[in-house]
Design a protein around this ligand. Structure first.
Ligand SMILES: Nc1ncnc2c1ncn2[C@@H]1O[C@H](COP(=O)(O)OP(=O)(O)OP(=O)(O)O)[C@@H](O)[C@H]1O
Ligand SMILES: [Mg+2]
Length: 224
């Protein structure tokens, strides 16, 4: 489904150039439930952002269903992302002055769907994430765990081929953590391909494949 071949990525800070990813090879198949682990600063978010076509890389090839994403223009990449990728970033990036319903509906505004269909899809997600009673509440009034659920809702409402999630349990208590992880389990059982970046073993234990990122290199996957 999605393949990375010999991916390299460096960041330049002032005069120093630092390699973050060095010759990354990875293959994501349909239905995969993957955890990418590694210490803080090891490049996990960078790798996930590359998978989600949010940032460019320096060298290598990325292939999606036999098409080279590398060769797409900026606009084509954004179109690709809208159509295929659901992304829950580490900072959520929700619209704080809008309510829960509007935030989850957002990705559907870019699709040519009928009003009734949009309402139906958003309501389905609200129900799935237990957010019905919050739908009129603005984001700024929600707790971290509630915002996390809205961010997941926004990422899945368009039924993406791949769901990418960056550190989903960072600031959650054990019970909220479990309810978020149960949602991923459910989405996975419904056929969604999921890649989660985390340093939490409670997350990686639920996944079928675990990768480790260290010194810019990605380990061979451990498959459960
Ligand atoms: N836009 C940027 N410009 C310069 N350096 C960057 C940029 N983004 C990331 N880096 C550097 O790249 C390295 C990897 O960052 P990254 O955010 O991918 O780590 P991470 O594994 O996600 O860490 P964490 O677990 O803390 O979220 C870090 O040293 C970081 O400072
Ligand atoms: Mg990170």
């Amino acid at each position: 489904m999605l393949k990375l071949q010999h991916i390299q990525k460096s960041f330049i800070n002032g005069r120093t150039k630092r390699a973050v990813l060095n010759d990354i090879n990875m293959e994501i198949s349909k239905g995969d439930y993957i955890a990418i682990m590694g210490r803080s600063g090891s490049g996990k978010s960078t790798l996930l952002n590359i998978l989600g076509t949010l940032i460019p890389y320096d060298k290598g090839t990325m292939i999606y269903n036999n098409q080279k994403v590398t060769q797409l223009s900026f606009d084509q990449r954004s179109e690709f992302r809208k159509r295929h990728i659901g992304f829950v970033t580490q900072q959520f990036h929700l619209l704080h002055d809008r309510n829960v319903y509007e935030n989850i509906k957002l990705p559907l505004n870019f699709m040519k769907l009928e009003k009734d269909k949009i309402k139906k899809e958003v309501n389905k997600v609200l129900e799935m994430l237990d957010l019905e009673s919050f739908q009129k509440v603005s984001i700024s009034k929600l707790s971290g765990g509630e915002q996390q659920r809205v961010a997941i809702g926004r990422a899945i409402v368009k039924k993406p081929d791949i769901l990418l999630v960056d550190e989903p349990t960072g600031s959650l208590d054990e019970e909220s953590e479990k309810s978020i992880l149960d949602i991923f389990d459910m989405l996975h059982s419904q056929g969604t391909t999921i890649v989660i970046v985390t340093h939490n073993t409670a997350v990686s234990e639920r996944c079928d494949k675990n990768y480790f990122l260290k010194g810019g290199k990605l380990s061979a996957p451990i498959i459960y």
